[in-house]
Design a protein around this ligand. Structure first.
Ligand code: NAI
Ligand code: MG
Length: 336
């Protein structure tokens, strides 16, 4: 029996998480879901967006699946998502981007993965004002250890998954130390992997090339901020944020979630696409060694996407169905 902390999050979180839980339960893997609270609603209800109890639950289960958590913009409490990644040293954020048959998208057949450094860079919350808010300073921190472990993860991921190439994305021409350290570590490590092709791109050029010809990339490794931006961009290439899962991996704990946020603009309407967090659940099954069951669920999701009738409106604007109806369609496939 797997024990998994279950955080439903904010906005569309509870609805898509309910969908994912039903579908993962139908995989046949026995899971005890241990509900834990985090996010804006937890802040309102409990006075703390990330209660100690939630941290204790995850420390105990070492596995979690979470819905997106709202972070106030400009002021207010710091991101729960970032705090969780730092607390449990979830240094590698693995975000696959895959174009699915039947989904209308810019780049059919695209299949690439972003590995984002997840604990450092400009996400350290070290910011301060100067004078009477005359200037603002943010401190970015990249450590050699941090760069080494995320690059190692990217290369090992490439080897384990039959990938051919790793591209390091940086801004070492301007941030000569902060980004240069990352590039140096990646370039040195590449020598240990003679069977994996290695190259690098400067982030601005990378953005242009991803939009023009993403097929030239395979595994992308980058620092925290660039990896965050790249993975939303690549989601856009394959049909949107409704199709983009992510795994936050550390040495002991792993937390699975969607790439997207709490989508307050569509919350409570039964229209959110649950696929991202379902795919995150499939990553959880594979991570815990249940690859057969993961494949069964993935086949069911792929079949529903390929038919294109029981999918949400982000994928089929005219005839799209609600979150619940899409969930039912996947469950029916699993029961066939
Ligand atoms: P967002 O990812 O929530 O939404 C961006 C756009 O994509 C919106 O138009 C939304 O409707 C659409 N979208 C997102 N997920 C969708 C889905 N499953 N199905 C259909 N359409 C979908 O980004 P936004 O609006 O910038 O952020 C909202 C909140 O989420 C913020 O508070 C942000 O801090 C938080 N956030 C949380 C994350 C997490 O929990 N890991 C990650 C990213 C943002
Ligand atoms: Mg993001």
């Amino acid at each position: 029996m797997l024990r998994v902390a279950y955080i439903d999050g904010d906005g569309i979180g509870p609805s898509i998480m309910d969908s994912a839980r039903q579908i993962i339960d139908a995989s046949g893997v026995k899971i005890e879901w241990i509900e834990a609270r985090a996010g804006d609603q937890a802040h309102t209800d409990l006075g703390d967006p990330l209660p100690q109890e939630t941290l204790a639950t995850i420390r105990d289960t070492q596995l979690a699946i979470k819905g997106p958590c709202t972070t106030p913009v400009g002021a207010g409490f710091r991101s729960v998502n970032v705090a969780l990644r730092q607390e449990f040293e979830l240094y590698a954020n693995v975000r696959p981007t895959r174009a699915f048959k039947g989904v209308n998208c810019l780049f059919p057949g695209l299949d690439l993965v972003t590995v984002r450094e997840n604990t450092g860079g400009f996400y350290t919350s070290m910011e301060h004002w100067i004078g009477n808010k005359d200037a603002a300073i943010a401190i970015g921190v990249n450590t050699r250890e941090g760069m080494t472990r995320v690059c190692r993860h990217a290369f090992e991921y490439a080897v384990a998954n039959g990938r051919k190439m790793v591209t390091a994305v940086h801004k070492a021409n301007i941030l000569k130390l902060l980004s240069g350290l990352f590039l140096d570590v990646a370039t040195d490590m590449a020598k240990e992997y003679p069977n994996i092709e290695f190259n690098d791109r400067i982030i601005d050029n990378m953005a242009m090339q991803l939009v023009r010809d993403p097929y030239q990339f395979d595994v992308i490794v980058s620092t925290n901020l660039f990896g965050d931006i790249i993975s939303d961009l690549t989601a856009g290439l394959i049909g949107g944020l409704g199709l983009a899962p992510g795994a936050n991996i550390g040495d002991t704990v792993a937390i699975f979630e969607a790439v997207h946020g709490s989508a307050p603009d569509i919350a409570g309407k039964d229209i959110a696409n649950p696929t991202s967090v379902i795919l995150a659940g499939i990553m959880l099954l594979r991570h815990t060694g249940h690859s057969k069951e993961a494949q069964r669920v993935e086949d069911a999701v792929l079949a529903v996407l390929a038919e294109g009738t029981h999918v949400t409106k982000d994928l089929n604007a005219k005839a799209g169905v609600g979150t619940r109806a899409m969930t039912e369609a996947i469950l029916t496939k699993l029961g066939d």
